[in-house]
Design a protein around this ligand. Structure first.
Ligand SMILES: Cc1cc2nc3c(=O)[nH]c(=O)nc-3n(C[C@H](O)[C@H](O)[C@H](O)COP(=O)(O)OP(=O)(O)OC[C@H]3O[C@@H](n4cnc5c(N)ncnc54)[C@H](O)[C@@H]3O)c2cc1C
Ligand code: FES
Length: 341
C-alpha cells in the first residue's frame, strides 16, 4: 500500500488522486495509478503532457526548451513527464477514458520476423510469450528496454483485433544505437524486453467528425493501426490519409493505402513527395505534406487531425492547422522525438 508520506496529486477537474513516490515523475505515478493523462514521448521533447499546476510546487528534470516557454512555466504550466512534486499538488489537465484500465507491463518478446522494405525502413514482427497477449488501443506505442537501461519508443502498427504478432516500422537512424543494431546485427529470434502499451495517440471514437490523417515517414505505423481498427469496426467516418515522403521510395506500403482507397467508401489517399526528382514518373502531389492539407482545406473547423512523424512536421501542422480553423481539441499527434542522450 502507498505510504501517506508521499506527495499527493489531485486532479482538479475530476477529483482523482494519486501519490508520487520519490523516484517518480507526476506522469509515471499517474500511469502507475491507472490515471490517464495525455502524453507522448515521456522525455520532455513533445509537449503532449503539458498541464497546469494550480497549487503546490514542482521541480522539472531536463526537457527541451521548445516544448514549454519561460512564460508558460511562470504562469504555472508544467510538463508532467518531467515534473517531480516538492509537495502536495492540485493540477489541471485532461483525462482520457479510452486507455482506462490498460496498465503498461514489462514483457519479453521474441523477434519473429525482420522484413526490410526500403534502405531505411524495417518492419519487425514481435511474438509475446505463449501465455500472454498485449491489451492495447490502436495507435499506442511500446518502449524497448535496452541492456543498459535506455529506452527506445516505437509505435504499434497493427490493430488490437489482429494481435498474434506486434508489428513495428523502424526507420534507420544513422549512428542510432538501437536501429543500427536492428538493421545490421540483430538476428531473428532475438529476445528483447518491452514496456507496453504506452501513449495517448488513438482514435477518439466518441466523435463523428471527418478525419484527416497526416503521416510522415514511419509516422505511418500508428495510423495504419488506427485505420485497420476502423475497418475492423466498420466505422463509416470520412477519412483522408495524407502521407509525406521525400521520394517515392519513402512511401513504403503504398499499395496497401491504394487498396484501402479502392475498396473503402469514404476513404481518400493522398501521397505527397517533397523531393520528387524532376525526371520522375511521379504524377501525384508534391511539396510539404502539411501544405497539401492546408491547400485542400481552407477551413478545417469541421475536422479532426491525427498527425504523426518528425517533431518539426507535427509542430508546423499543429500551428498552421489551428490557424486555418482546426479546433485545438481536434488535433492529436505523436511526435517521433529522439530518445534523450
Ligand atoms: C512515442 C514515440 C513513438 C515512436 N515511434 C517510432 C516508430 O514507430 N518508428 C520509428 O522509426 N521511430 C519512432 N520513434 C522515434 C524513435 O524512438 C527514435 O528515432 C529513437 O531515438 C531511435 O533510436 P536509435 O537508438 O536508433 O537512435 P538514437 O541512438 O536515439 O539516436 C542517434 C542519432 O540521433 C541523433 N540524435 C539524438 N538525439 C537527438 C536530438 N535530440 N536531436 C537531433 N539528433 C539527435 C544522434 O546524434 C545520433 O546520430 C518514436 C518516438 C516516440 C517518442
Ligand atoms: S513532453 Fe511530456 S510526454 Fe512529451
Amino acid at each position: 500500500m502507498a505510504s501517506t508520506n508521499f506527495p499527493t496529486v489531485t486532479i482538479q477537474n475530476s477529483g482523482h488522486q494519486f501519490q508520487v513516490r520519490p523516484s517518480q515523475t507526476v506522469l509515471e505515478a499517474a500511469i502507475d495509478a491507472g490515471v490517464n493523462l495525455p502524453y507522448g514521448c515521456r522525455n520532455g521533447a513533445c509537449g503532449a503532457c503539458k498541464g497546469k499546476v494550480v497549487s503546490g510546487k514542482v521541480m522539472h528534470d531536463d526537457f527541451q526548451g521548445s516544448t514549454i516557454s519561460e512564460a508558460e512555466l511562470a504562469a504555472g504550466q508544467a510538463l508532467f513527464c518531467c515534473a517531480r512534486p516538492l509537495e502536495d499538488l492540485v493540477i489541471e489537465c485532461r483525462e482520457l477514458s479510452s486507455v482506462a484500465g490498460i496498465k503498461p507491463r514489462l514483457l519479453p518478446v521474441r523477434v519473429q520476423k525482420k522484413e526490410q522494405l526500403t534502405g531505411d525502413v524495417m518492419v519487425l514482427f514481435l511474438q509475446l510469450p505463449a501465455s500472454e497477449r498485449l491489451q492495447f488501443v490502436a495507435g499506442q506505442y511500446l518502449e524497448f528496454i535496452l541492456k543498459d537501461g535506455k529506452r527506445r519508443a516505437f509505435s504499434i502498427a497493427n490493430a488490437p483485433h489482429d494481435d498474434a504478432l506486434i508489428e513495428l516500422h523502424l526507420r534507420l537512424i544513422p549512428g542510432g544505437q538501437f536501429t543500427q543494431y536492428v538493421f545490421e546485427e540483430m538476428p531473428e529470434k532475438a529476445i528483447l524486453r518491452i514496456e507496453a502499451p504506452l501513449g495517448t495517440f488513438y482514435l477518439r471514437e466518441d466523435s463523428s467528425k471527418p478525419i484527416i490523417f497526416v503521416a510522415g515517414g514511419t509516422g505511418f505505423a500508428p495510423i495504419k493501426g488506427i485505420i485497420e481498427h476502423m475497418i475492423h469496426q466498420g466505422m463509416q467516418r470520412e477519412v483522408v490519409l495524407y502521407r509525406g515522403g521525400r521520394v517515392e521510395h519513402d512511401l513504403y506500403m503504398h499499395a496497401l493505402c491504394e487498396r484501402w482507397a479502392e475498396f473503402l467508401p469514404n476513404f481518400t489517399y493522398i501521397p505527397v513527395l517533397s523531393e520528387a526528382p524532376v525526371d520522375t514518373q511521379w504524377q501525384g502531389r508534391t511539396g510539404l505534406v502539411h501544405e497539401a492539407v492546408l491547400a485542400d482545406y481552407p477551413d478545417l473547423s469541421a475536422y479532426e487531425a491525427y498527425v504523426c512523424g518528425a517533431p518539426g512536421m507535427v509542430e508546423i501542422a499543429h500551428q498552421t492547422f489551428v490557424k486555418q480553423g482546426l479546433s485545438v481539441d481536434a488535433f492529436f499527434s505523436d511526435a517521433f522525438t529522439f530518445a534523450p542522450k
